[in-house]
Ligand binder design. Structure first.
Ligand SMILES: Nc1nc2c(ncn2[C@@H]2O[C@H](COP(=O)(O)OP(=O)(O)OP(=O)(O)O)[C@@H](O)[C@H]2O)c(=O)[nH]1
Ligand SMILES: [Mg+2]
Length: 272
């Protein structure tokens, strides 16, 4: 006997979903889904509704990674990572604290800041043409930049390593392929392109990625907000382009992050 699904997607229901999903009007709406709030993975699951409705369906890793579950409290995840033999081998325990990104969950962030060695800051590049669920007037990427500014300049994190994941690169690419441009939402993109090195930034995706990175870099180059003993010291921020739903990509990125944390002794590395 196969596993019993906790829900019952009847044949009729699946048929209706399929018809709706192939309807031209619905397709047109989907193309404009940046104008309303639709979860990122809607297409992923609607494309797979038949598979999901099958008796005995077991989610794949990819199915699980594409699920959307808002983080509310602070989630602690502990896991062991193999140490490179150059550093003596063996295993090392990592403790990761996941905090909720939505506005009403951010007040809890401070509780997680104390004693951390590194902050992994995820910013969704794919959200450049969307607004916040909490505030339909605020652009998601612009909110991400503001939030990053707050984290970078936070005095409790003044000596903490910061690694930025410029995430949802796949979504960004799809949107650009569909003819969208970040300049509609960030008019300063044109100035950036005008001064950019044309040889390096050969296509629109490369230019857009580079623009987003430059906006974040600019923030790290701002003078510290308050006078502290850190004034005059240079901190480095590490950047990665990521697709969090792509396990291979995350594996590579995590290896880099692991190396940064291990070999550079994060608590001191950024403070030259
Ligand atoms: N296509 C794509 N989807 C992604 C990527 N990263 C995350 N997602 C999807 O985006 C949705 C939100 O991901 P979450 O991990 O819940 O986001 P979060 O930042 O933790 O959100 P909060 O818990 O509310 O702070 C999920 O459906 C994920 O599958 C990515 O790089 N590409
Ligand atoms: Mg979360």
């Amino acid at each position: 006997m196969g596993l019993q699904a906790p829900w019952n997607l009847s044949t009729e229901y699946v048929h209706c979903v399929r018809r709706l999903w192939s309807d031209t009007g619905v397709k047109r709406c989907y193309k404009r889904s940046n104008e309303f709030q639709l979860i990122e993975s809607a297409k992923y699951f609607l494309d797979r509704v038949e598979k999901i409705s099958m008796p005995g369906y077991i989610p794949t890793n990819s199915d699980i990674l594409n699920c959307r579950k808002t983080t509310t409290g602070i989630q602690e995840i502990r896991f062991n990572v193999r140490m490179p033999s150059s550093l003596g081998g063996g295993m090392q325990e990592f403790r990761m604290f996941d905090v909720g990104g939505q506005r009403h969950h951010r007040s809890k962030w401070m509780q997680a800041f104390e004693g951390v060695q590194a902050v992994l800051f995820l910013i969704s590049c794919g959200g450049f043409d969307q607004t916040l669920r909490e505030d339909p007037k605020q652009n998601r990427l612009a909110e991400g930049f503001e939030l990053f500014r707050g984290v970078w300049h936070n005095r409790f994190l003044a000596e903490t390593g910061v690694i930025v994941f410029m995430n949802k690169q796949d979504v960004l690419e799809q949107k650009l392929l569909a003819g969208k441009s970040i300049r509609t939402y960030f008019p300063d993109y044109d100035d950036y392109v005008a001064f950019a090195d044309k040889d390096q930034l050969y296509d629109e995706l490369a230019r857009t990625r580079s623009f987003i990175r430059s906006k974040l870099l600019d923030i790290t180059n701002e003078p510290p907000r308050r006078t502290s003993h850190l004034v005059g010291r240079k901190r480095t921020c590490f950047f990665h382009f990521t697709v969090a739903t792509d396990t291979q990509n995350v594996r590579t990125v995590f290896n880099d992050v692991h190396n940064i944390i291990l070999t550079k002794n994060l608590s001191k590395m950024d403070l030259l």
